[in-house]
Design a protein around this ligand. Structure first.
Ligand code: XMP
Length: 321
């Protein structure tokens, strides 16, 4: 069945929230549901909708997959504690790195993350909690790209003919599936999220694994995590839709203190976009790029090359994996 898009300009947020809250209550009945909060815009909005609908009968978890940004688990637990939402941290780092070991193909990496999330980590959380439903923040752009065969987004099932109940043993509710990012932000504001959460730049479900070309190891993720801190600090002033650091697979020849250093390359991407369907590289001021380059080569161990992505989407996509 084709999903009917609700465009941000036509979105009546109060009516949307009331409808989704009623639908969640109806589906879950007097049972329990769980959701995974990554701290991204979509899962933050779903958490607020779910708690409005179910109160404490929604169990919210932050899955520590080892692929998140610096300090993220504590930041999210604290931000939601201030909204009176309790978030449990589930440590699953080893499971994700084990599933990713030896994989270099982008779609195989995505599939490994999907299977680990849904078949392993969530399935266990569902079993332990007695919940029958998982609430998640799939949006229309995720569905489009998956169905078109461009990228298998980690959270899309029914549109691929996969029945989550049969495959994973629980139902999935997707209250945001008719929206795109601009619509989700409007709902986020209306549902009471603070600006620092609903205005946050998007962050993908596969997290920093989407930004490591080739095999994803804890060491490579740590390197891209350090680079991400710097990129996010330096590019926040641009107000761009999204910006990111990417770790390339090949090393290149560099030099430091007169010695040859065969080191890492970081690619920086910064995107202007409305809804992530198409995007163009932001015309970042040269002085900002220069400082960014300086910081990356001096503060991230082993980095000797920094490039800025200038290809538009399409034919590029925003993430590299
Ligand atoms: P791409 O790379 O496909 O990204 O041009 C478009 C937007 O979607 C985000 N993205 C994802 N979000 N699960 C998500 O929830 C995913 O698997 C995923 N892959 C990409 C990406 O960060 C960008 O905002």
């Amino acid at each position: 069945m084709a999903l009917e898009e609700i465009r941000a300009a036509e979105l009546d947020t109060e009516q949307f929230i009331a409808e989704k809250v009623a639908e969640i209550r109806e589906a879950v009945g007097d049972g329990l549901a769980i959701n995974a909060l990554s701290g991204g815009v979509d899962s933050s909005v779903v958490t607020m909708l779910g708690h409005r609908a179910l109160g404490d009968r929604l169990k919210t978890h932050f899955v520590e997959n080892g692929l998140m940004r610096q300090g993220e688990p504590q930041k999210i637990v604290d931000s939601f504690a201030a909204l009176r939402v309790r978030v449990e941290v589930a440590d699953a780092k080893d499971k994700f790195f084990a599933a990713l070991r030896g994989l270099t193909d982008p779609e195989e990496k995505r599939e490994a993350i999907t299977q680990t999330f849904y078949k392993d980590v969530f399935a266990q959380l569902v079993r332990e909690s007695g919940a029958r439903f998982l609430l998640q923040g799939t949006i229309l752009t995720d569905v489009d790209e998956t169905v078109a065969g461009i990228k298998r987004q980690h959270n899309v099932f029914e549109q691929l003919g996969i029945d989550p109940q049969e495959t994973f043993g629980y139902g999935i509710l997707e209250p945001l599936i008719q929206l795109r990012k601009d619509g989700v932000r409007k709902v986020g504001e209306a549902v009471g999220l603070p600006g620092e959460l609903f205005r946050r730049i998007p962050f993908p479900g596969p997290a920093l694994a989407a930004r490591v070309i080739g095999e994803v190891t804890p060491e490579k993720v740590e390197l891209v995590r350090e680079a991400t801190v710097i990129v996010e600090e330096e590019l926040a002033v641009t107000g761009a839709f999204q910006y990111m650091a990417i770790l390339h697979e090949d090393c290149v020849t560099g030099m430091r203190e007169g010695q040859r250093e065969f080191g890492q390359q970081i690619e920086v991407r910064c995107w202007d976009s409305m809804d992530a369907r198409t995007a163009t590289p932001t015309q970042v001021n040269w002085a900002i790029l220069e400082r960014l380059g300086q910081r990356l080569v001096s503060e991230v161990p082993g980095v000797v090359s920094v490039t800025y992505g200038i290809a538009p989407k399409p034919p590029s996509t925003m993430e590299v994996v």
